[in-house]
Design a protein around this ligand. Structure first.
Ligand code: MG
Length: 260
């Protein structure tokens, strides 16, 4: 099932995308739910970020090639940081280059786990019951703030519009540990990897995070990005006004945003 959040006639709803139709989501997205009647065609609504997360938990340096290109060794435990929830945008929104740091804004394609039930102290074999589904994310990052200006990552990762999520939550992703993941900048492939290369996999991450925080329903965990990001290229490539950046994950879909 593809769970969407959408706006129609000024109101916001959760729904289910079936082909090119948006159907009502009956019941509770964090409990039992089922597909209701069709209410609109896809192009008649505005798709929003598929969930409004109470926390955006991110994992750094979780693909070997990205850990290498970042000049850090492989972490012995997941590297956790947070993005401000105010950085959230949806698949039809623009990434805005911030006035404070417009020059080194970078993309990061990420598989995103969406938590469906309140979770604390989960063991790895309990994790599946707590996952609502998966979506695509772009961990947009101002590298100058992240790497040179600040002592830690909060600001560089959290400017408004720096967390595009979507276009929907796929609840039936058959194997999140074997999905091709790519980013395309103006149509050119920049990252092309597979979640099989994750250092810490989905179940390990959810279990580890749940032993450190309470995971509330709707919490998202961004699982890290593969090699090929802009700052590590020679010469570096950063997002500029007018660019289009797409994140595609096999079995989920394509999240595309323009840069303004
Ligand atoms: Mg990241």
């Amino acid at each position: 099932m593809k769970l969407v959040r959408y706006q129609k006639n000024g109101k916001v709803f959760h729904g289910v995308l079936e082909g090119d139709k948006i159907c009502v989501l009956e019941g509770d997205i964090f409990g039992e739910f089922w597909i209701g009647r069709p209410v609109a065609r896809r192009e008649e609504v505005v798709l929003l970020a598929p969930i409004v997360p109470p926390n955006i938990i991110c994992i750094g340096l979780n693909y070997k090639k990205h850990a290498e290109e970042s000049g850090k060794g492989f972490p012995s435990k997941p590297v956790i940081f947070l993005k401000a929830t105010t950085s959230l945008i949806g698949p039809e929104d623009d990434i805005i280059l911030p006035d404070e740091a417009p020059d080194e804004v970078d993309y990061e394609a990420e598989l995103v786990i969406v938590i469906g039930k309140k979770a604390k102290n989960l063991e790895i074999d309990e994790v599946s019951d707590y996952i609502l589904g998966y979506t695509c994310g772009n961990d947009v990052s101002a590298r100058d703030c992240q790497i040179r200006f600040d002592q830690q990552w909060a600001r560089g990762k959290s400017f408004d519009t720096f967390c595009p999520l979507g276009p929907w939550i796929e609840t039936e992703l058959s194997d999140p540990s074997h999905c091709r993941i790519r980013s395309r900048l103006n149509g050119k492939i920049m990252q092309d990897s597979n979640t099989a290369d994750l250092i810490f996999g989905v179940k390990e991450l959810v279990s580890y995070c749940s032993k450190n925080f309470t995971l509330l329903p709707g919490t998202v965990i961004m699982t890290g990005t593969p090699g090929g990001v802009g700052f590590a290229r020679k010469p570096p490539i950063f997002l500029k006004r007018g660019d289009s950046i797409e994140i595609e994950i096999e079995g989920i879909g394509i999240l595309g945003n323009k840069v303004v």
